[in-house]
Structure formats: C-alpha cells, structure tokens
Design a binder for this molecule. Sequence first.
Ligand SMILES: [Zn+2]
Length: 251
Amino acid sequence: MKKFTFKKIIIALFLIFVAAGCATVPRQPHTGSPQGIYHIVESGQTLYRIAKTYNVDIQEIVWANRITDSTQVVVGQQLFIPGAKLPLPIEIYRPIMQERVEKLVGPKHQFSRWSYITLHHSATIEGNAECFDRDHRIRQMGGLFYHFVIGNGTLSGDGEIEVGWRWSEQKEVNRPLDIQICLVGNFNKQEVSNAQFDSLVKLINVLQKQYNIPLDNIRKHKDIEGKVTECPGDNFPFYKLLTDFRNIARQ
Ligand SMILES: [Zn+2]
C-alpha cells in the first residue's frame, strides 16, 4: 500500500514537471554513424545561436552532446553538431537598442491605463513565448499569461524580448492594469543573465515612461498580497533593478 502511494507521488511529480515548462523530450538515438562536425564554443556564444546558425534543432545538439543544462555551454567546449558539414561563425549577443525596444512595445495605446508591472521567472531552465503559450493553454490559463517574455539563450536569444499576444491585443490577465513580464530561467537555481537584465531595464523604462507607472508599482510576483509563490526566485536582482531606476530618475 505504502509502495503504491509512493509510486503515485512519483508519477504525479513527473506529470507536474512535464506540465511546468518545456521539458526536454528524450529522442531516440541515431543509428549508424552520425554525420556532423565539432564546433568549439567561443566567448558570447549560446546554444540557441549555435543551433540557429547551423539550422539544427537545439534538442538534437542537446541529445548528441548529453547536455543537461542548455544554459551551460562553456568557452572551449566541443559541441557535436549533427548534420553540419563546415564550422560556421556564430553571431554573438549585442545589447538590444532602446529604439528596438520602443518599436517592440509600440506606440502608447490611447485607451490603456497600465499601472503596474509584475515580474516573473518561468521556473524552467529553458523556454520561449511559444512553448509557454502552449503550456498555459494546457493548464487552462487562456494561453500565454505574460505580455512579454525575455529569453535566456535556450529557446530564444539571450536577452531577446518576445511580445506576447496579450500585449498586441492589450488584454489584461486576472489582475487589472497589470503588465506581466517573464524572464526565462529558474532564479532559485540560476542567475539572471546580463543580457536579460539589460533588456528588462530597457523594457521597463519604455513602459514606465509611456504609461507613467510609479516605481512603487513595479513588483515581484511573490510580493502581491495573498500570493504564495517563490516567483521570480531568490536570485532575482530586484534591489539592483530598483537602484538602477532610481539612478536613471536622478540623471
Ligand atoms: Zn510568477
């Protein structure tokens, strides 16, 4: 009886894990001799960019190299790229320009009265807007809960800002006038990347100016009254974020 309950818990935990994010689905190994080349990781290169450059599914590279954490590729590491014939130069991250963020956010919506910004982490190692949208539909949350998603170089670029359909349609979630921004990652275990932080500062700056959102109305998900959550994780640099904004305001 005890054993049976334990088994049930394991199955439940597995289902929660699968539903919680974009869990990596293990693939069948290739048979025969795999064709491909070795790519040596250089400074600033992410797995996302490498996969994109070689036009190979990121999961193929993850599998071929037995990678457990797709945010952790290190300089000098040799990555086997299935199907590639020649080593290619990889475009490295460049900080997003303020004008680009303004373009993504778009002009001020005349009838919108956004007054709050709530910050989340995805609590997953990898992800992007598309897979969170799928996941949130499965969880009956009405599709992507976030207005903006900031990637970590796994399934979207490091610091890449994705605009969710809720923003395009100016739709609120269950909290009125509240903009939801999610950073991909689990910040109980990982750190926010420099590129993510830089994009977050720029994004908030644009939104804050457009809608006149007071600094006090920028909050972590867990700071909302009545919420029992660890989101956006203990390592989320909220204090640094506010300090940066206070400094910007003083300039
Ligand atoms: Zn959250």
